[in-house]
Design a protein around this ligand. Structure first.
Ligand code: SAH
Ligand code: SF4
Ligand code: F3S
Length: 546
């Protein structure tokens, strides 16, 4: 059977898709690059903003048309929309055959099997139904309803998802030959319940994986050729594993439902457990273990950090471990204390600034990135100006800026009217992007004339100013056209295509190097090279091999 799998949303979803790919490939399914070549079309979806859902719905609509026209194929919606929209989606989109939430992905092969059997049976049933004048019956399968949220304690003991993470294969072929970068999940789910956010509903309660499993997975990936590992968690620095509380019959440790906030309030800076004598692995301990036990791994990074839980124990480990990337993605979300409260973020702007000051004290070269939501309900011009002031104060290398999108099932949609008009949201979004571009350019300028290690993973051909770039891989960030300021009329020929090798520094700064040919650019893919930075632009740095 031929499968087409497309992914929307965050790195968690990218990793899930990779696991689904491994899982189905090992069962003999073949993956194809286009939906029209597939017998099974799977969309791994995101619910975080309405726009993300709409993108998926338009894809579902197109495949739905093919099914209506009589094509026999299985259309599956997996991931966060399957969880959030669940059976309602099945009702409104009769062409969807299969639903599978993120907490049920280990059972996807079984669901596909069921859908295939149901489809074969329904063809016969429908013929029989039609013969006697009955309406055709449904033949669809669904698994949503987050297991971890439903049975928070039992889930730890029957965590088949753990097996799914452990089963992944990483070979230096295809995309990995180029990127040599891998994700490793350390925490699933989220317990924060920021009022705007759908993730705690779609991903379930916070569950921490056993450190031994994580270290082992990192070791296998490094041995297989990964040059960079990114540890994943919605609040990755909230990781905390108490040993000896969840052990299977075979003696190995199991994923563990996260501790309550009290554990952090009492001992955020210490590796000691909440009860004396209990052995605990904190996030700082985990970072140090991976760094020390896998010396062959050149780069270790992590996303996404929750500002409030970021203790100096983590900063100390980062400072002392040179192969841990000096990169912190720690979203501020807003610069207004009033809005932060309504968002239930649990910190004030002052506390966020304290966190940044501590980070820069320990790691002066750190790349700091974040996310910001504009147009949260009741956000005034004054609130927005406070956000602008925060962005100007912190040396953010970049911020992802989002317009508030009311999400079903969240506290914000229940409590607050979405009262900031879309035109105002858009204007604030654009204004903040312009401010961020200035801040990014200033941060980037500090890197000119320095030599940095760059892990290359993309080749781009820039055709002409303001035109789209053509990368051989799907770009992870839109770079746009950025040339250093031209000094003379004949210093370049705008119509000549420029081939660039593109990669990232440990701070996650994007670096582009002009290459003589595509072959030259290809030759550095999947390797770390020293680059001398020559020019700084808002979105990227340009340099030469040095
Ligand atoms: N766990 C991460 C964020 C995960 S969601 C954290 O807490 O930082 C990624 C980003 O999407 C969030 O940081 C937020 O900026 C944005 N986001 C989430 N829900 C949103 C909503 N309803 N409307 C607009 N942006 C939203
Ligand atoms: Fe969503 Fe907040 Fe959890 Fe991040 S921390 S996933 S924004 S609820
Ligand atoms: Fe989207 Fe789910 Fe990630 S809602 S942002 S894919 S956790």
């Amino acid at each position: 059977m031929r499968v087409y799998l497309e992914t929307f949303g965050c790195q968690m979803n990218e990793l899930d898709s990779e696991l689904v790919h491994s899982q189905l490939s090992s069962l003999g399914y073949e993956f194809v690059d286009r939906p029209d070549e597939a017998q099974i079309v799977l969309y791994n979806t995101c619910s975080v903003r309405e726009q993300a859902e709409q993108k998926a719905y338009s894809r579902i609509g197109i495949v739905g048309q093919r099914k209506k026209a009589g094509e026999r194929l299985i259309l599956g919606v997996i991931g966060c929309m399957a969880e959030r929209d669940g059976l309602d989606m099945m009702r409104r989109h009769p062409q969807v055959d299969l639903l599978c939430g993120p907490a049920e992905l280990d059972r996807l092969p079984q669901l596909i099997d069921n859908a295939r059997t149901a489809m074969a049976a329904s063809t016969e049933t429908q013929a029989a139904d039609r013969a006697v004048g009955l309406a055709p019956r449904s033949a669809r399968v669904a698994l949503a309803g987050n297991r971890t949220r439903r049975t928070a304690t039992l889930a730890a003991a029957e965590d088949n998802l753990e097996a799914l993470d452990l089963s992944r294969s990483f070979r230096l072929s295809g995309e990995h030959a180029r990127r040599r970068s891998a994700y490793v999940r350390i925490t699933r789910g989220c317990n924060k319940f920021c009022t705007y956010c759908v993730v705690p509903n779609t991903r379930g309660a916070e569950v921490h994986r056993p450190p031994d499993h994580i270290v082992e997975e990192c070791r296998r990936l490094a041995d297989a050729g990964a040059l960079e590992i990114t540890l994943l968690g919605q609040t990755v620095n909230h990781y905390r594993y108490t040993h000896g509380t969840a052990v299977s019959v075979g003696g190995s440790e199991l994923a563990q439902v996260g501790p309550g906030l009290s554990a952090f309030r009492s001992s955020a800076q210490s590796a000691a457990g909440p009860t004396s004598g209990t052995r605990v692995t904190t996030f700082a301990d985990l970072l140090a273990r991976i760094h020390d036990e896998i010396p062959q791994l050149p780069r270790l990074r992590f996303v996404t950090s929750y500002p409030r839980d970021f203790g100096t124990d983590i900063l100390t480990v980062m400072r002392d471990c040179p192969r841990i990337c000096r990169y912190l993605h720690a979203p501020a979300q807003s610069g207004s204390d009033r809005i932060l409260k309504l968002m239930n973020r649990g910190y004030s702007t002052g506390e966020y600034l304290e966190f940044v000051a501590a980070a820069l004290e320990y790691l002066p070269d750190a790349g700091i990135a974040g996310d910001i939501i504009v147009g949260f309900p009741t956000e005034t011009d004054e609130d927005f100006e406070a956000t602008v002031a925060l962005v100007r104060r912190v040396p953010f290398k970049n911020n992802f800026i989002f317009k508030y999108s009311p999400r079903p099932g969240t506290a914000a949609i229940e409590r607050f009217e979405d009262d900031v008009p879309d035109a105002v949201k858009r204007a604030r979004n654009n204004a903040l992007l312009a401010v961020q571009a200035e801040v990014s350019a200033a941060v980037h300028a500090t890197w000119v004339d320095r030599t940095v290690p760059v892990l290359f993973d993309d080749v781009r051909e820039i055709v002409a100013p303001n035109q789209a770039t053509r990368g051989s891989a799907q770009p992870r960030v839109e770079l746009g056209w950025e040339r250093p300021h031209q000094t003379g009329p004949s210093s370049s020929t705008p119509s000549t295509p420029v081939i660039q090798a593109v990669g990232r520094t440990p701070q996650d700064l994007i670096v582009a190097v002009d290459c003589g040919s595509r072959e030259d650019a290809e030759s550095v893919m999947g390797s770390i090279r020293a680059v001398r930075i020559k020019a700084a632009m808002p979105l990227l740095l340009r340099g030469q091999f040095g």
